[in-house]
Design a binder for this molecule. Structure first.
Ligand SMILES: Cc1cc2nc3c(=O)[nH]c(=O)nc-3n(C[C@H](O)[C@H](O)[C@H](O)COP(=O)(O)OP(=O)(O)OC[C@H]3O[C@@H](n4cnc5c(N)ncnc54)[C@H](O)[C@@H]3O)c2cc1C
Length: 391
């Protein structure tokens, strides 16, 4: 019997919505299951969760036709990156111009991505939205997979996609294990006004407690992502605004002058969590359900959108050959490739964090010169810039 839909996506975060839209645009029938409808985006209520969206993912969103709407809402281009160390040495600087580009990426709020993608899906005839609803069971049949929802509805699909975030229920239901390393750190996020202009630069300062990023976000406003040991993050969440900004200015060595807190503060726990596989039976995992990584400079969602772009290539290639886009062997290849790319990125972020975020005296002597040397070796520097920008 033909399943109800080709693809059932659980989780309507940025990754789940992007994969649903991509699949629908490939002509597939899609069901989306989401526990909570996203809040409509409001210009005067910026989402504290922001991403440094890389150029390859901008291209994906252009390809999906949603980039103009995202840009019209709010997406701040950044044209340079400066990385420097607390202890000593000269900074490492990348600029878009050196790569022949006008910018290296955009700083985008999570809610801008989610709400824009959500709106784009609503009019599509081949997409059914099940919200609010939750996944309760997943069972594989020979040619399909059945999802049982809390509402009592059952959806049969060619494949299921778990894009339901780091605490993925889909992952648990299909029995995919994870390897987890808790960094005992939190990412503290907020918006601050800076005395000096940010120069369209994404700044990252490595401190012994963890990296501190200032991401450009509007005139004299930056989004900060500050990695801190759990207790210190909790204390700074509670501190009054004045004390918070004094601590921030000292951690950032006053690089952009004095700061003023202009938003709430929030913190999220940091861990490396990798699912042991991205595919089991007829279920695929995408985004944080498969890989939660250290969000160095707001890179959190880039890997998940790359999962989507790689899946799009599988569907497009199948279409060109007039083959089944949901053929399991091609999807298994996708899963293996994405697993190794994501694992490499997760460990790279972790090792950068480890080398740069500790009190080890020998390492501290190495770090600054390392950045200075990186800055002088053009091919190495360009390779790093290209990786960060996703080109
Ligand atoms: C508080 C917080 C702040 C963060 N801040 C940053 C930041 O500043 N910079 C950065 O780079 N990264 C940040 N991250 C990480 C970043 O948010 C993730 O990398 C990114 O959201 C992953 O997107 P996703 O679509 O895979 O998952 P998510 O955005 O987590 O989306 C998962 C979706 O699944 C839905 N869902 C969950 N369970 C079920 C279920 N059982 N049934 C149906 N639906 C379900 C959820 O409601 C949600 O809509 C933050 C994370 C958190 C939690």
């Amino acid at each position: 019997m033909k399943p109800d839909v080709d693809i059932a996506v659980v989780g309507a975060g940025a990754v789940g919505l992007a994969v649903a839209l991509m699949a629908a645009q490939q002509g597939l029938r899609v069901a989306v299951v989401e526990a909570h409808a996203p809040a409509a985006w409001r210009a005067d209520q910026p989402d504290l969760r922001v991403y440094a969206l890389a150029l390859d993912n901008q291209a994906l969103l252009e390809n999906l036709g949603v980039w103009p709407a995202i840009k019209a809402r709010r997406a701040e281009p950044y044209a340079a990156m400066t990385v420097f160390d607390e202890v000593q040495g000269s900074p490492l600087r990348f600029s878009a111009g050196e790569l022949g580009r006008s910018h290296l990426g955009h700083i985008v709020e999570n809610n801008v991505l989610v709400d824009t993608l959500w709106q784009a899906l609503q009019p599509l005839k081949n997409v059914s939205m099940h919200c609010p609803d939750k996944i309760q069971a997943v069972s594989d049949q020979e040619d399909s997979v059945t999802l049982a929802l809390q509402s009592g509805l059952e959806i049969s699909a060619g494949i299921a996609i778990g894009a339901d975030g780091a605490r993925s229920k889909v992952r648990d239901l299909v029995g995919i294990e994870t390897s987890v390393h808790d960094y005992a750190q939190k990412g503290l996020v907020a918006f601050v006004k800076t005395e000096l202009p940010h120069q369209k630069t994404a700044w990252q300062r490595f401190l012994s407690t963890g990296p501190l990023a200032f991401l450009p976000y509007g005139e004299h406003v930056c989004s900060i992502v500050w990695t801190l040991p759990d207790e210190r993050a909790d204390a700074l969440l509670q501190a009054d605004a004045g004390a918070f900004c004094r601590a921030l200015d000292s951690a950032f060595a006053g690089t952009l002058g004095k700061t003023e807190l202009v938003s709430e503060r929030a913190a999220f726990p940091l861990r490396r969590q990798l699912a042991k596989t991205m595919m089991q039976g007829r279920t695929l995992l995408l985004g944080d359900a498969a890989h939660a990584v250290h969000p160095l400079a707001g890179q959190g969602v880039n890997l998940g959108l790359r999962d989507v772009a790689a899946l799009q290539e599988v569907f497009v290639a199948a279409k060109a050959r007039q083959a089944d886009p949901l053929a399991l062997n091609a999807l298994q290849r996708w899963a293996r490739q994405r697993f190794s790319d994501n694992a490499m990125a997760a460990y790279a972020f972790e090792n950068i964090n480890r080398v740069f975020s500790n009190d080890n005296f020998a390492l501290s002597l190495l770090r600054g010169p390392l950045l200075g040397v990186g800055d002088k070796i053009t091919p190495l520097k360009n390779a790093m810039a290209r990786y960060a920008a996703g080109i």
